[in-house]
Design a protein around this ligand. Structure first.
Ligand code: NAD
Length: 361
């Protein structure tokens, strides 16, 4: 078969450099001729935001940020932006803070400069998310894609080791799921492969010493690649599962991704052909699952959904919610039975080893 595919590259400026965020941000604010800047950062992210915005004038500091962007908070923030004549949104923080900036941009069309402080990757996607009455809805809109991303690994040094590992594995999940997602193509697969390589180098360095700046840089670079690959390839089976679990039972985002990933890889790998070979090569391992399992062992990665608030009694409902949204592109057919086995194992933290994979219905 010939090489035939369609690929879209999203337009975005990326400025990467440790200790350079304030300088890079000031340059971008100038370049965009912005006069009334709203700086969004949660109370926890305020110290990083203050460092980064030292060289610009802030018209409106804003810290009313919550996970999964509740719609009432989004509406309040949109009104604040409009009432204050804001012409640029700067967000400094994790995916929740970037999500708030996206919610404002969605209705106002304001440009965003994102300064990420975790490895979640929202800064490099055109995907927004909002929560209303415990229901998370997401959509795609190029208006929410930040015009510029300013990466500075020094800003991630304060992210505790446990959260850094979970967040880094969330980025790794973007890479692995991109390999078989609905719009997977050789370009986003190449980016995902390089993302796996970078995260596989950076995360163990952070686990050994959470102040390792070189490890933090590698992880941040990998997180960016993972998000570009994910934005281009779309959500695969892994993201569909985590989206349902996170939205329905309010599970923590990064830890849920970190826990579910080995089960989805072990499930799909035997049927994934070239995608599995690419993942193995990126890890420098004999097989994709051996590569991921070795990394997870080094990292002492999150093990079981039961540790994050998911109870066994939820599995039946989860299966019903997840089954209809599994993409047709998934390498292996997903049934009520094999999804129940997968979720039961992820709930309990039963290692997804070779025997587990073979025993799938
Ligand atoms: P988060 O933004 O909720 O941050 C987790 C915690 O870490 C928060 O308490 C935050 O204040 C703290 N924190 C952030 N940076 C820190 C730092 N440098 N030092 C110390 N503490 C720090 O979690 P997240 O995992 O970054 O993002 C998850 C959210 O992002 C979810 O709502 C998810 O749906 C969304 N997301 C969206 C996309 C997208 O493309 N739209 C992609 C990935 C994630």
């Amino acid at each position: 078969m010939g090489l035939t595919f369609q690929h879209t590259t999203l337009g975005q400026r990326v400025l990467f450099g440790s200790g350079k965020a304030a300088e890079h941000l000031a340059g971008e604010v100038d370049r965009l001729s912005a006069r009334n800047v709203m700086v969004i950062a949660s109370a926890r992210e305020r110290p990083e935001a203050e460092r980064v915005t030292a060289g610009i004038s802030t018209a409106l500091p804003y810290d009313d940020v919550a996970p999964h962007v509740p719609i009432d908070k989004a509406e309040k923030a949109r009104k604040a932006a409009t009432d204050n004549g804001i012409d640029l949104l700067v967000c400094v923080g994790g995916g929740s803070t970037i999500g708030m900036a996206k919610a404002i941009a969605m209705t106002t069309g304001l440009p965003i400069i994102a300064v990420p402080t975790t490895y979640a990757g929202s800064e490099a996607t055109n995907v927004w998310g909002l929560t209303e009455a415990s229901r998370k809805i997401t959509g795609v809109d190029d208006q929410v894609l930040p015009v510029t991303v300013v990466y500075d690994a020094e800003l991630t040094l304060s992210l505790p080791a446990e959260l850094s590992i979970a967040s880094g594995l969330n980025a790794l999940a973007h890479c692995i799921d991109s390999m078989w997602a609905p719009r997977a193509d050789p370009i986003n697969q190449a980016l995902a492969g390089e993302g796996i390589r970078a995260l596989n180098g950076g995360l163990p360095a952070i686990r050994t010493n959470s102040d390792d700046l070189r490890g933090r840089e590698l992880a941040l670079y990998g997180a960016y690649l993972s998000a570009v690959a994910f934005a281009s390839a779309g959500s695969g089976m892994h993201h569909k599962i985590c989206h349902v679990l996170g939205g329905r039972w309010n599970l923590p985002h990064a830890q849920t991704h970190a826990t579910v990933l080995p089960y989805v890889l072990a499930f799909n790998a035997p049927a994934a052909g070239d995608a599995a070979r690419r993942i193995a090569a990126a890890f420098g391992a004999d097989t994709s699952t051996a590569g991921l399992n070795a990394l997870r062992e080094t990292l002492d990665a999150p093990q079981a959904l039961k540790d994050y608030g998911f109870v066994e009694g939820n599995i039946t409902e989860a299966v019903q919610l997840i089954l209809p949204v599994i993409p047709e592109s998934n390498p292996r057919p997903v049934t009520e039975d094999n999804l129940t086995v997968l979720l039961t194992a992820a709930y309990a933290g039963t290692a997804p080893d070779a025997d587990w994979t073979e025993s799938q219905p």
